[in-house]
Design a protein around this ligand. Sequence first.
Ligand code: ATP
Length: 225
Amino acid sequence: MYGLKKEDYLRVGLFGGTFNPIHLGHLRSAEEVRELFNLQRVIFIPSANPPHKQGKDIISPIHRMEMVNLAIEGNPGFSASDIEINRPGKSYSIETIDHISKIYGSDLTLLFIMGIDAFTEISTWKDYINLFSRCNFVVTTRPGYSLINLQTVLPADVAGNFSYLSEEDRFIHASNFSLYFRDITHLDISSSVVRNRIKENRSTRYLLPEKVIEYIKGHGLYKDS
Ligand code: ATP
């Protein structure tokens, strides 16, 4: 499943997102985290029905998944999963993490990857209080957002479950899982900017992989609405 063999892949990154469409900011973030944490694989997981992005011209998950597949082609450290697009209802990360943990058990070290913008909204995620006792998390920088301290994002009782290990620059949760904040190359690219450019017939070259640009053109995506 997900191209993983239990015996081969022990350190895996999970990168959830709308990927509407996937762009070089997503790909670079996954690549840097993969290298930093010595992950054998980063799995891109497009969400079916993202609870936080209602009404933001989200195109069909089939197209978003296809573009992810085209974007990761040729990188053996990347794969994609349709686990969320095949699950009915809203896409909740905690359910995805639980599902994958159940399949691989404790043999697998999971690192959930998210940008700082997503992290600042984490207290709106389903069951966010329990998220940090399910796997490790890494929060990456993104242009326009500065790294903040935990207390500004999490209520005191949740933030209080973490202690900071300065020699390893990580927070450790009472459950023993870690939370990392890492600075990555700042690529000021967002899917919304890409969608707007397409609507305005402007170039998206070097913001997205060429194959994704061709796919978008071939299917006439993001032109209206
Ligand atoms: P939109 O502009 O439609 O809100 P987006 O560009 O933020 O979309 P998402 O699919 O919502 O893309 O993002 C998925 C994950 O990737 C999130 O955790 C987000 O923080 C992260 N991410 C998106 N763009 C970048 C970027 N340029 N650099 C680093 N992380 C990014």
